[in-house]
Design a protein around this ligand. Structure first.
Ligand code: OAD
Length: 332
């Protein structure tokens, strides 16, 4: 007999697992109102008719972006971080961090909701990048989130009602940009198809896998995009999947546990088995965990935090991410 969800929960409670790695995707953010990519009716790829794309994934294709940047920016208009708050699942990741059991969070998401939930940057591998940093695709000059927002929505973007307005396309303002005429196209450091994943992703693989992780929690991903999709096959430890469908080969190994259903609902059940609560109010009166919830929640707090994160990230040395390993992100 293999493991059960209850046994894994007890293992967490008793701190048997001390190096937990999360491998997550868009499904952990749907509860925040952000659509995932591949769900048949609600996913982004099923709802891109207005962009007239040759195929849905073209919206994240670097060659297509060079010719039709308006497609990506129309999508970015709806997805831009700032108006979404972390879900229960994100809060669970923070709980694992607070319990001192977190090894790594490998995320494919570009919404930065893990950080907004309070997960420390040192644990984060944003394998497909994020909206936080922006570069000219021709001269690599960086542009702040403020400048991007201004280019997309106009100077009074904080006050203006963006609904129905055509989104602007950010252009490089560097006086010595290679594209002298218009300024090169500026793109967030989201990893497009045809681009390399960040060096930090490959470094973390080398550091963590297979032996430095003792529990893998996979959630909200269809495991279709390589190389990320291979991560769960690279561990030698129990794996637990929280997803509304079976994915990858999880369920085929002896110590696999598959939990099918809404990941926010299931993670609450799982927390109860551990003896934790994800409810902030209950949490305040409880001394059961070492938790120190500091996030205020709400859209304004979320917006402020995104700005903070963006500013922090802009300070970080950028070159490392550009010259990286020769691995392209590919659909499989
Ligand atoms: P997908 O949309 O491919 O998969 C999301 C998975 O989560 C699917 O299996 C859904 O059934 C499941 N799901 C959705 N909502 C859920 C919920 N509330 N509870 C449980 N399960 C739920 O998203 P990813 O696997 O993240 O690349 O996609 C990988 C990459 O493909 C993305 O990073 C993106 C895209 O091209 C980018 O570069 C931005």
């Amino acid at each position: 007999m293999g493991l059960t969800m209850e046994e894994i929960a007890i293992g967490i409670k008793e701190k048997k697992y001390k190096n937990i790695a999360f491998m997550v995707g868009a499904g952990i953010s749907t509860g925040a109102g952000i659509p995932d990519f591949r769900s048949p009716e609600t996913g982004l790829y099923a709802n891109l008719e207005k962009l007239n794309l040759p195929y849905p994934e073209a919206v994240f294709d670097i060659d297509y972006f060079k010719k039709h940047p308006e497609a990506f920016y129309t999508l970015a208009d709806g997805l831009y971080p700032g108006k979404y708050s972390p879900t229960k699942f994100h809060k669970f990741i923070k709980k694992i961090q607070d319990a001192g059991l977190l090894k790594r969070v490998y995320t494919q998401n570009i919404d930065t909701l893990e950080r907004l939930a309070g997960v420390d940057e040192k644990y984060m591998i944003e394998a497909h990048g994020s909206f936080a940093k922006n570069f000219c695709i021709e001269c690599k000059h960086s542009m702040s989130v403020e400048e991007i927002k201004e280019a997309m929505w106009g100077e009074d973007f904080e006050k203006s009602d963006k609904k129905g307005k055509k989104v602007g396309i950010p252009r490089c303002k560097n006086k010595i940009c290679k594209n002298k005429k218009q300024g090169g196209l500026v793109k967030p450091s989201i990893v497009f198809f045809g681009e390399q994943l960040p060096k930090s992703f490959f470094q973390a693989l080398e550091d963590d896998l297979p032996d430095e992780v003792d529990l893998a929690i996979v959630a909200g991903t269809s495991l279709t995009v390589q190389p990320f999709a291979s991560l769960p096959t690279m561990v030698n430890c129990p794996r637990i999947l929280f997803n509304d469908e079976r994915v990858g080969n999880i369920g085929r190994k002896r110590n696999d546990v598959v939990v099918i259903g809404d990941c926010d609902e299931k993670i609450e059940e799982f927390c109860k088995l551990i003896g934790w609560s994800l409810d902030e109010e209950e949490e305040e009166g409880s001394n059961e965990t070492e938790e120190t919830e500091e996030e205020g929640g709400g859209v304004e707090a979320a917006e402020e935090k995104v700005e903070e994160i963006a500013k922090e990230l802009e300070k970080v040395e950028l070159e490392g991410d550009k010259e990286d390993d020769k691995h392209d992100k590919k659909g499989s």
